[in-house]
Design a binder for this molecule. Structure first.
Ligand SMILES: [Zn+2]
Ligand SMILES: [Zn+2]
Length: 161
């Protein structure tokens, strides 16, 4: 179990796992940016650290996540790498990270292209999960900002153009 710590980090940063995503996975440090969070979530999928995936999703959304289902999906997927395309800071508390995650699909190498939204709540970055039930645009935002969803996190859940 300790042998992979000195191997390159699964997120593709070019540094070792111990010097990259591991301190985040152990919750020794918080991800300084949404990109760092996104990278650490990718490597958590590779290493099947589902607790980390759940803990780094917007707290109000965590109840909708199925740990067993996420574990099965991460275990059955053969992950081949990550390419972060862009990282945009949007206003005071939001960011978007565009990336491609590569995986094997039968005989083929496939890419999952995504523009993910992130929100900073109380100094900590969280992933906004677009796949769980979301409030309507006029309801209060999931992040607890007190704004309407459409004027807050809802703005950053746009499909890749
Ligand atoms: Zn990493
Ligand atoms: Zn919000």
């Amino acid at each position: 179990m300790n042998t992979h710590h000195h191997l390159p980090c699964p997120c593709g940063s070019g540094t070792s796992y111990v010097g990259c995503c591991r301190p985040l996975h152990l919750r020794h440090i918080l991800p300084p940016t949404a990109e760092a969070l996104m990278r650490s979530r990718y490597s958590a999928y590779v290493l099947h650290l589902i607790d980390y995936i759940i803990a780094t999703t917007v707290p109000a959304q965590q109840t909708f996540l199925d740990a067993a289902e996420l574990m099965q999906w991460s275990s059955e997927t053969e992950w081949l790498g990550l390419n972060v395309i862009s990282h945009k800071i949007l206003g005071k508390d939001h960011a978007q990270v565009e990336f491609e995650a590569y995986f094997r699909d039968g005989q083929h190498r496939s890419a999952h292209h995504e523009l993910s939204g992130f929100v900073n709540i109380g100094g900590q970055w969280y992933f906004i999960d677009p796949t769980v039930p979301l409030p309507t645009m006029k309801q209060p935002c999931i992040c607890g900002s007190g704004k309407k969803f459409k004027a807050c996190c809802g703005k950053y859940l746009k499909p890749v153009a």
